[in-house]
Write a protein that binds this ligand. Structure first.
Ligand SMILES: O=P(O)(O)OC[C@H]1O[C@H](OP(=O)(O)OP(=O)(O)O)[C@H](O)[C@@H]1O
Ligand SMILES: O=c1cc[nH]c(=O)[nH]1
Ligand SMILES: [Mg+2]
Length: 217
């Protein structure tokens, strides 16, 4: 897996990441969602440089110009719930992509810190030979992404997978590196050092799904 750690180079991206982390600013859920979306737009631009292009001519009122367009069929596949604003950011740029939505949540069968990932809702087009952009803002243990990948494979083997995430832990990155194909790319805004005993990224930002859409029972 190739890891692209975008916040390593200073840019306006750092401000958007700081705002989703900040305990005061993150309480504004409209701003939180929009910041995730803006980060999705920046990551889209970065990953667009890695795709294959073909030239085609564009007719202007005054002449013709050869232009490079993305060659492949893209599918944006997002993990509910927290993936939704990131999905919108990707779709703002890759506006002719197909779309997939998959649910994944942590189920605590014994009401303690141990959990398993449950994948229930799955709506996706055929994926065979396509480029899948797999979006989830939080990459903590990596278990949700791996469970989603197992479900995605039933719709055909993509030619390439580009995972798009906002905050990842090094542990989670190592785990998905072991469980995704070698030619996978990870486009990650920023990487944090650790996980706490509940599997939350530290310092992270807390619960991205709750911050975007409110607490759930
Ligand atoms: O890497 P992992 O350890 O699997 O954790 C990451 C998952 O946790 C969050 O979802 P969550 O389960 O909180 O669901 P939600 O989006 O509905 O809040 C996040 O959006 C990922 O899907
Ligand atoms: O830190 C984390 C881990 C999982 N899910 C989140 O929303 N945040
Ligand atoms: Mg959550």
């Amino acid at each position: 897996m190739t890891v692209h750690h975008i916040a390593q180079n200073n840019s306006i991206l750092n401000k958007f990441i700081a705002e989703i982390r900040d305990v005061k600013i993150q309480k504004d859920s409209l701003r939180f969602r929009r910041n995730i979306e803006r980060i999705g737009e920046i990551l889209s631009y970065e990953l667009s440089k890695q795709l294959l292009y073909k030239t085609s001519s564009t007719t202007t009122p005054l002449g013709i110009k050869e232009t490079s367009f993305i060659k492949d069929n893209l599918v944006i596949a997002s993990v509910l719930r927290a993936g939704l604003p990131l999905h919108q950011g990707l779709l703002n740029y890759f506006d002719d992509a197909e779309n997939a939505f998959i649910s994944a949540y942590r189920h605590h069968p014994n009401k303690d810190e141990n959990f398993e990932i449950v994948v229930e809702y799955f709506a996706a087009p055929a994926l065979e030979n396509k480029i899948v952009l797999l979006a989830d803002p939080m990459l903590a243990t990596g278990q949700s992404l791996v469970a989603v990948y197992e479900a995605l494979k039933k719709h055909g083997l993509p030619r390439e997978i580009h995972i798009v995430a906002v905050i990842g832990s090094q542990e989670g990155i190592d785990y998905i590196g072991e469980n995704f194909p070698e030619n996978t790319h990870l486009w990650i805004a920023t990487i944090d050092p650790s996980l706490n005993d509940k599997g939350y990224i530290v310092p992270g930002l807390g619960d991205a799904g709750d911050l975007a859409y409110g607490t759930k029972l």
